[in-house]
Design a protein around this ligand. Structure first.
Ligand code: ADP
Ligand code: MG
Length: 702
């Protein structure tokens, strides 16, 4: 089946109120004013907002929209929307379609049920949304409903931040301000702004929907809580970059078209390491737009899956024993006149701006390693970090051969040369000699320099990219601020800069590791170096309120102490709630599906033993099987009781940190015990009786 599609060039951005649409539909002076407003150089006046709103409404209505909504990102990490139609009744019993500047700029949802981490009591329901004009307004088609979406920030009546967007925007400002200071003092005369950029690689699984419908764990928790290892996993390495199966390819094609309409520049797609695992990466954008686009990507991946009879699993660890899913955050900084500040150039050793920026990042990652670790701490990622497909929980930086050499030269007093890549000759007359990068890749590092950007690989696949990025922006802004302070006060900037580079290369070299992060030796070595290794989500969240973290957020006006505290409460509560749901789901499945199936199987074995005996043969084998099954059923029931008790105990704890601790220490081990017996039973119970689709079915049926 070949669908006739419009050309991609026509489709791309067709549902976005983008630059081209603005230029076409706005009066010239309004367009010029809006451009200034979007770059932060002019406040938004009501008169301008009215003109812009009207143009947006006309454009949206022409595209079939009946509603608009402020689209925001509460601390759940998901997106939220409340639709209002454009209709306004008139005195003659008819309607007009209206949309004012005020409606564009501000919304007031009764937002009492979003997590606030204690920033607001439920009875104080008022929350506001405010138009974020730096991320384009777009139209979304959901079924027959067509709606104008307005990306927005979300905050409380008292002005406290309740969302993921505001700290991200604030952190962008902080980074901009400090990076520009450094650029200016180093002699840059052309750049006025520095913008953080992000390209998130989204990993996901696709399984047939029929299996999903038969598994309560997938429906309620997004991951399998039970399931024996299949006879075949990912050991053949045959899925990674393998031929994309037709059904999956058609799905990807639909996903791309949907995303392109929304202006999301979906670019790369391929099979990932685990069976049934895939990846999509867009072309990078400013961190704010990229974060919005990643939310749309996650939503679209799930929405289109249903149309193809698939379910898209975004969870960090849907299946035990094979790779989980991450979301590598490729991050850099670019000036408004197009200089990539992490672009090393041909001879990085004499590229002072690059060396200073690079050193600022290395220092920030070393100094705030715990904060970066906490920015990726969620329930799903706990199963991923430190398992041997994901970077370990130890934060370290990979620089690669060339930059590592330069860093060593800096520590020794100054860099005078850059190792060059050379050529690769394959000894085949028809293949040309190819340029070789000056550095190999390292797939195991949690924070790797990859040629012109850093790739933060610890981020989980379900996560909003906002958290990891606003942490990164803030801590780098902080080290840049320190550097700017020193350089601005120095008589001879060049000498001062050399001194700073030497100091950073000496004091922070401990965070640099270019070897295999998956080995046990690295864990021991990292401990010797004094690098933190925070293995669990709860321990990691509990480091967020450390005084140096509160201070760095307050210094750069990204989050106040109260706002940060609220966030830790939300994270801890989310952890407890999710583990509680997982425990209850596991109990439901084991009590109502597994135990009855095992019991039915024992009945079958018992009657088989009796029949065999009556027929005059020796029933020893049947009896032996029966005994094993009965004994395992006994263990299953015991472990179920223990899990019930653990979940009850944890649920009764009041304090958020203590409660999360109890879920970690009491409930998770109790769940592991239940799973161990249930998975054992799966390997011996009659396949016809086993009530759940198996790993082999879910992972290998395309
Ligand atoms: P990999 O080979 O590491 O899997 P991909 O091609 O899948 O890489 O993804 C790389 C991502 O990095 C893309 O989203 C790309 O746009 C992004 N990227 C490239 N340059 C930059 C940059 N300067 N800033 C941020 N992201 C970038
Ligand atoms: Mg990739």
């Amino acid at each position: 089946m070949c669908k006739s599609r419009k050309p991609v060039t026509e489709v791309f951005g067709s549902n976005v109120f983008n630059e081209a649409v603005m230029r076409e539909r706005l009066p010239e002076d309004t367009y010029n004013a809006l451009k200034k407003i979007m770059s932060g150089n002019l406040p938004l006046e009501p008169a301008i907002a009215d003109v812009v709103a009207n143009a947006m409404k006309d454009w949206a209505i022409e595209k079939g929209a009946t509603h608009f909504c402020h689209w925001f990102q509460p601390m759940t990490g998901l997106t939220a929307e409340k639709h209002d139609s454009f209709i306004s009744p008139t005195s003659d019993g008819k309607i007009m379609m209206e949309f004012s500047g005020k409606e564009l700029c501000q919304g007031e949802p009764d937002a009492s049920s979003f997590p606030s981490g204690g920033l607001r009591a439920t009875f104080e329901a008022r929350g506001y949304t405010a138009w974020d004009c730096t991320s384009p307004v777009f139209i979304k088609e959901d079924g027959d409903n067509i709606t104008l979406f307005i990306p927005s920030a979300f905050f409380s009546y008292t002005g406290l931040v309740l969302d993921k967007k505001t700290p991200l925007l604030r952190s962008m400002d902080a980074l901009d301000k400090q990076a520009v200071r450094v650029l200016k003092v180093l002699g840059n005369k052309t750049s006025n702004h520095v913008i953080a950029t992000l390209g998130p690689e989204q990993e996901y699984f696709l399984i047939d929907r029929v299996f999903y419908e038969e598994r309560l764990d997938l429906m309620l928790t997004g991951r399998t809580l039970l399931g024996a290892a299949p006879p075949r996993g990912q050991e053949m390495d045959d899925h990674y970059f393998g031929t994309i199966h037709e059904r999956v390819a058609s799905y990807m094609n639909d996903v791309n078209y949907e995303l392109w309409k929304l202006g999301v520049s979906a670019k790369t797609q391929h099979n990932e390491v685990a069976p049934a695992q895939y990846e999509l990466a867009p072309v990078f954008a400013t961190v704010n737009v990229a974060t919005d686009h990643n939310q749309l990507t996650m939503e679209t991946l799930q929405k289109i899956a249903v149309k193809h009879g698939f379910v898209c699993l975004l969870n960090e660890k849907p299946f035990a024993g094979i790779n989980g899913s991450g979301k590598h955050n490729n991050w850099s900084m670019v000036t408004d006149d197009g200089i990539n500040l992490l672009g090393p150039g041909k001879t990085p050793h004499d590229n002072m701006v690059f060396l200073v920026i690079l050193s600022a990042v290395v220092k920030a990652v070393d100094k705030y390693a715990k904060l970066l670790r906490a920015s990726v701490a969620n329930t799903g990622n706990e199963h991923r970090l430190g398992a041997n497909e994901a970077p370990p929980a130890i934060v370290s930086v990979f620089l690669g051969e060339q930059l590592n050499d330069i860093f060593e030269q800096l520590a020794a007093g100054g860099a005078t040369s850059s190792k060059q890549g050379g050529e690769i000759k394959l000894g085949v007359s028809t293949l040309p000699p190819l340029p070789k990068d000056c550095t190999d890749r390292n797939r195991t590092s949690p924070f790797a320099f990859t040629g012109n950007r850093f790739e933060f690989r610890m981020v989980g696949s379900t996560q909003s990219t906002s958290g990891p990025v606003f942490v990164l922006n803030t801590i780098v802004a902080d080290t840049l601020a320190e550097i700017a302070d020193e350089l601005e006060g120095a008589g001879d900037v060049k000498t001062a800069a050399q001194k700073i580079l030497q100091k950073i290369a000496t004091e922070h070299s401990k965070v640099i590791f270019n070897g295999d992060n998956y080995t046990d030796e690295w864990v021991i070595e990292a401990e010797k170096r004094g690098l933190p290794n925070i293995r669990t989500t709860v321990e990691s969240i509990n480091t967020i309120m450390d005084p140096e973290n509160v201070a760095v957020f307050e210094r750069h006006k990204v989050l106040s102490k109260d706002e940060l505290h609220a966030r830790t409460e939300v994270l801890l509560e989310a952890y407890s709630m999710q583990i509680n749901i997982e425990a209850k789901t596991m109990l439901d499945m084991t009590k109502r599906q597994i135990a009855p199936a095992v019991s039915a199987y024992s009945e079958r074995l018992a009657s088989a033993a009796n029949s065999v005996k009556t027929a005059g043969a020796d029933p020893a084998s049947q009896v032996a099987m029966l005994k094993e099954v009965c004994s395992l059923l006994g263990s299953l029931n015991d472990s179920i009781k223990k899990l019930e008790a653990a979940a009850e105990k944890a649920s009764a704890v009041k304090d958020a940190a203590k409660q999360a601790g109890s879920f970690k220490d009491d409930v998770i081990p109790a769940m592991a015990a239940v799973r161990e017996v249930a998975d054992k039973l799966e390997t011996i119970v009659d396949a016809d009786i086993w009530p759940l689709p198996t790993y082999a079915q879910m992972l290998f049926l395309k």
